[in-house]
Design a protein around this ligand. Structure first.
Ligand code: CU
Length: 141
């Protein structure tokens, strides 16, 4: 059976593929644009992109933490992130650690787990060029 090539061309299928492509890129750009959590202090901004989104109680997961200032990504920063519940006066059940800089200014924080619903306060101590800046992010879980 020898079909001419032109019979394979289905304008509906092309249109559908095109529509899917647009829908996918819209979803992708929405995800890229919106951080799960954000905070800033003294010209430094920290955006959290959780690999578990929305956040859930008792599931260990990782965060991608993006640090930037007015000039762009902040690379080679030393970051210590701690957290706790100010209303209950306790910390996190784990000690999350920054284990990699995935891209300039984008750091991987592993071992994040929240074990109770309520108000959580994350504190990030970001040191670059020997100067520490502490940044606080509050959120309700
Ligand atoms: Cu608590």
């Amino acid at each position: 059976m020898n079909q001419p090539i032109s019979s394979h061309f289905n304008p509906f299928r092309v249109l559908l593929a095109y529509a899917c492509c647009i829908a996918f890129s819209l979803v992708a750009s929405a995800q890229a644009a919106e951080a799960d959590l954000s905070g800033s202090a003294r010209g430094l901004t920290l955006d959290v992109y959780s690999r578990l989104s929305p956040l859930e109680i008792n599931r260990i997961h990782s965060w991608e933490v993006v640090v930037s200032d007015a000039e762009g990504p902040v690379t080679d920063a030393e970051i210590i992130i701690t957290g706790g519940m100010p209303e209950h006066n306790h910390g996190m059940p784990t000690q999350p650690q920054i284990t990699a800089e995935l891209a300039p200014g984008r750091y991987l924080l592993e071992g994040v787990r929240f074990h109770m619903p309520g108000l959580w306060r994350m504190e990030a101590r970001i040191t670059r060029d020997g100067r520490p800046i502490t940044l606080t992010i509050d959120f309700e879980l």
